[in-house]
Design a protein. Structure first.
Length: 474
């Protein structure tokens, strides 16, 4: 961002400090401005400052993208965190929610959180649209004829508000609609509640969080395995972003990832201070929309390749800056997977990721695997090759058998090895049980439990089941 843009942004924020906006709207406005940064940047940003101030509904507020206040999460509904609720409303009720159109057909289905104490009430709803008749923009919300005496919005992605300003709906992303409803006594808190909603485009995708997607785009299909990596697509039917998540040796560093992607004369840039490469107007089929590519390595063994069609490189950069790696050094998680496997209150330790062909692995262990006594380990594998027959053969050496442990179906591997003991002691057997399962595409979890019968009263099977039951993939 240039110094001029920073000064203009600061002026815009000071000019509109008393206004607020629902989540996602600011990103769309600023995204549109940033897409023009290479063409008359100063003129467009000044114009945007005037238009934003003049055109937003009087009760809708503007807050800079980096100035959204942080609050603790009061509740979550369908992946949306509620981070502000007026005091004294207690615990919310969770109920199914639906919206019908004029013909009585259900167009929106979802979940609602409702807080109510006497005449004070707040509802936060998250809707998913029906695939055959998606709700893409504000005019689609108006066409539902659901809000009472709605105020027509000025823009396609602006919120639609009821005449008494107690009810507000907007398209947060393609196929997803958010809604905030308050009692008359709390409508002054409506914008602050909307501003406090925090959503993720995807909770977790292939070992990362995708926190930004260009306005109007929604997920298409499921995460799928390709020869290049794990692939996810967002689209609105006209515009498209495809993300390929590359794991293992092919993403050891950005130069290696670049060779894999085979881009022709890419430009050099940065994503979150990491080296990145991009190219605009890549070769495409006749009649197709313009496209571009941006790639970078988040950390050794985890790379991302974004490809867009019908958007701009500024869109890709904005989306890329919102791709966040999952922490793999916390005591309660292993690469984003929740675990509960501590031994005698030990915090355990996490080693460096191990890289393979189409996968990486992160292990957290408690105890010492090379010594006698108790040991537990949880390894998380991610990548396009994870779960394949070749991967399982490499993991187990072909000695595994199908089994169910802790209510989970997977593959069991039993081994017996000699414990490492002081020179004066005689070697004795150490029982090792290992269990692996694949809870979702591109993710596998392997649990180890070692027991020294001479040094512990723990049983290998019980120890393994305890660890497996304590693993939460999501």
């Amino acid at each position: 961002m240039s110094e001029l843009e920073r000064e203009l942004r600061k002026a815009m924020e000071e000019e509109t400090r008393s206004l607020t906006v629902p989540p996602g709207l600011v990103d769309r406005i600023l995204g549109k401005a940033s897409r023009k940064r290479y063409h008359k940047t100063s003129v467009l940003l000044v114009a945007a400052a005037v238009l934003i101030t003049a055109s937003l509904l009087p009760s809708v507020a503007f807050v800079g993208r980096d100035q959204a206040p942080a609050h603790r999460t009061f509740a979550e509904v369908d992946g949306v965190a509620v981070q502000y609720i007026p005091d004294g409303l207690g615990t919310p009720e969770r109920i199914p929610a639906g919206v019908r159109d004029r013909e009585g057909k259900v167009r929106l289905r979802g979940q609602e959180l409702r807080w109510r104490v006497d005449d004070r009430s707040v509802s936060v709803s998250v809707y998913r649209t029906e695939q055959d008749r998606p709700v893409r923009e504000a005019m689609d919300i108006l066409a539902l004829n659901h809000l009472d005496r709605p105020i027509e919005p000025r823009g396609a992605y602006d919120p639609v508000m009821s005449g008494d300003r107690t009810d507000m709906m907007w398209v947060e992303a393609y196929g997803r609609v958010l809604r905030v409803t308050t009692s008359e006594s709390l409508k002054g808190d409506r914008d602050r509640i909307a501003q406090g909603l925090r959503t993720h485009a995807e909770p977790v995708v292939a070992g990362v969080r995708v926190t930004r997607v260009p306005g109007g785009l929604g997920p298409v299909g499921a995460l799928r395995r390709t020869s290049a990596g794990l692939e996810r697509t967002w689209s609105d039917g006209r515009r498209r972003v495809q993300a390929t998540f590359v794991h293992g040796l092919a993403a050891a560093d950005s130069e290696t990832l670049l060779r894999t992607a085979r881009l022709d004369r890419p430009g050099r840039t940065d994503v979150r201070a990491a080296p990145a490469y991009g190219i605009d107007n890549v070769a495409r089929d006749a009649g197709a929309a313009p496209g571009g590519v941006l790639l970078w390595v988040i950390r050794p063994g985890l790379g991302v390749v974004l490809r867009q069609q019908g958007l701009s490189q500024a869109d890709l950069m904005w989306m890329a800056e919102g791709v966040e790696p999952l922490p793999h050094d916390r005591t309660e998680t292993v690469d984003g997977v929740g675990v509960r496997a501590a031994i005698d209150g030990s915090y355990g330790s996490t080693g460096n990721p191990k890289l393979g062909r189409g996968w990486y692995a992160v292990t957290r262990h408690w105890g010492l695997a090379s010594s006698s006594g108790r040991y537990r380990g949880v390894t998380v594998y991610r990548g396009a090759s994870v779960g394949s027959a070749a991967w399982l053969e490499e993991l187990t050496g072909g000695r595994s058998q199908k089994a169910t442990v802790g209510g989970v179906k997977g593959f069991l591997l039993d081994t017996v090895r000699l414990a490492d003991l002081p020179a004066n002691d005689l070697p004795r057997p150490l029982y090792v049980r290992r269990f692996a399962w694949v809870p979702e595409t591109g993710l596998a979890i392997v649990v180890n439990a070692n027991v020294d019968p001479a040094g512990s009263t723990d049983y290998p099977t019980e120890s393994l089941e305890e660890v497996v039951r304590g693993v939460k993939p999501r």
